[in-house]
Write a protein that binds this ligand. Structure first.
Ligand code: NAI
Ligand code: MG
Length: 343
């Protein structure tokens, strides 16, 4: 029976590439069982967009997200070296999704217990926007490679403000700003400078300190519990969010939210995992947890909590796990086990 709260919120659903359609299918099944309020508009992007209409970012997909302001997205393959520019980066630009929130929390006992970290990443500037190119010399078309990055004071202030507000709302006590201001004095110095300025407004409520990125990476392995929230420039945030995923069991456990003023796109931290695509063995937890963030975003904290509890019980009571967590369940078997726990 349909519940009255269902299908009230239009949302774009992008199955994506590689393991994308597999983890998206598993997640949507669970959301249906949960009675999530989304009414899906399915759209293509990435290699799937090219196969359908020759475009990795079709106009129909952009129009859909413009209309709904909300999307759940499977990973999209980006060609390495040459080929088209990352559709993930283009989507973040198109909707000015300036904040990337990536929480990492221990759900299964592993090498590190009791990890509870939130990484906030500047999502539209820095080196990651990838305005880079080659300069030909003589007969070598790739003789010189150049990359440029830009950070504006406004964008740095905005992401810092976002992180501090997030800390206040979510009872977080400390933000560690991650930079390389000793070497990239301007590009990442401006980031640190803006964060220090914004931190003044939160004295007594949220503490701030900072780390140089390489030292931070080492300390995340030696003593991750010293950190509460990490505030990172775009490229460092990309790298460290995979690292903190590693602290909680790997890329199968790491959700992310891309937040802007008029739209938000929820996705897993991982990519399309071509090495396991099509086998039905991918861990869908990252995307399920991303759907949990999406539920919180639309004010359904209650459903997000039920979803996370069901995942927790499936892993820890029923011991149903996918291969990356040393289990033997398929993607869909895991989803069915979660649905049983939703009751
Ligand atoms: P990847 O994240 O796809 O995979 C790295 C490793 O983690 C692989 O061994 C993979 O099998 C494993 N893995 C990832 N997700 C998993 C899951 N849910 N369950 C079990 N194992 C999982 O990174 P890779 O191979 O570097 O990138 C593949 C493609 O994905 C590239 O084209 C890349 O550009 C793209 N990508 C897209 C992202 C997005 O759409 N937001 C994010 C990261 C990469
Ligand atoms: Mg990444």
């Amino acid at each position: 029976m349909e519940q009255p709260a269902r299908n009230q919120i239009p949302a774009t659903l992008i199955p994506g590439d590689g393991i994308g359609p597999e983890v998206v299918q598993a997640t949507v099944k669970v959301l249906d069982a949960l009675g999530a309020p989304f009414s899906w508009d399915v759209q293509q992007a990435g290699m799937a967009g090219i196969e359908q209409g020759g475009d990795p970012l079709p106009q129909a997909t952009l129009d859909s997200i413009r209309r709904t302001g909300l999307a759940l997205k499977g990973p999209l393959t980006t060609p390495v070296g040459g080929g088209f520019r990352s559709v993930n980066v283009r989507l973040r630009e198109a909707f000015n999704l300036f904040a990337n929130v990536r929480p990492a929390r221990t759900l299964v006992p592993g090498r590190f217990e009791d990890i509870d970290l939130v990484l906030v990443r500047e999502n539209v500037g820095g080196f990651y926007v990838a305005h880079d190119y080659y300069i030909a010399v003589g007969d070598d078309p790739h003789a010189v490679a150049v990359s440029t990055g830009t950070n504006t004071r406004d964008a740095c202030r905005r992401i810092a403000r976002f992180a501090f507000e997030y800390a206040v709302k979510n009872q977080r006590k400390k933000i560690t700003v991650v930079h390389k201001a000793n070497i990239l004095k301007a590009l990442t110095g401006i980031f640190l400078e803006a964060a220090r300025e914004v931190a003044q407004d939160y004295v007594g409520r949220v503490e701030m300190d900072d780390r140089i990125v390489d030292a931070c990476a080492m300390q995340l392995v030696l003593n991750p519990w010293q950190f509460d929230m990490l505030l990172c420039t775009n490229l460092f945030g990309d790298i460290l969010s995979d690292q903190i995923a590693g602290l909680v069991g790997g890329l199968g456990m790491a959700p992310g939210a891309n937040i802007g003023e008029t739209a938000a796109i929820f996705e897993a931290v991982h990519g399309s995992a071509p090495d396991i695509a099509g086998k039905g063995i991918a861990n869908p937890i990252s995307l399920m947890l991303a759907a949990g963030l999406m539920l919180e975003h639309v004010g359904r904290q209650d459903l997000a909590v039920r979803l996370r509890q069901a995942i927790d019980l499936t892993l820890n009571q029923d011991q149903v796990k996918t291969g990356d967590l040393k289990g033997s369940a398929s993607t869909l078997q895991f989803a069915e086990a979660v649905i049983k726990r939703l009751g």
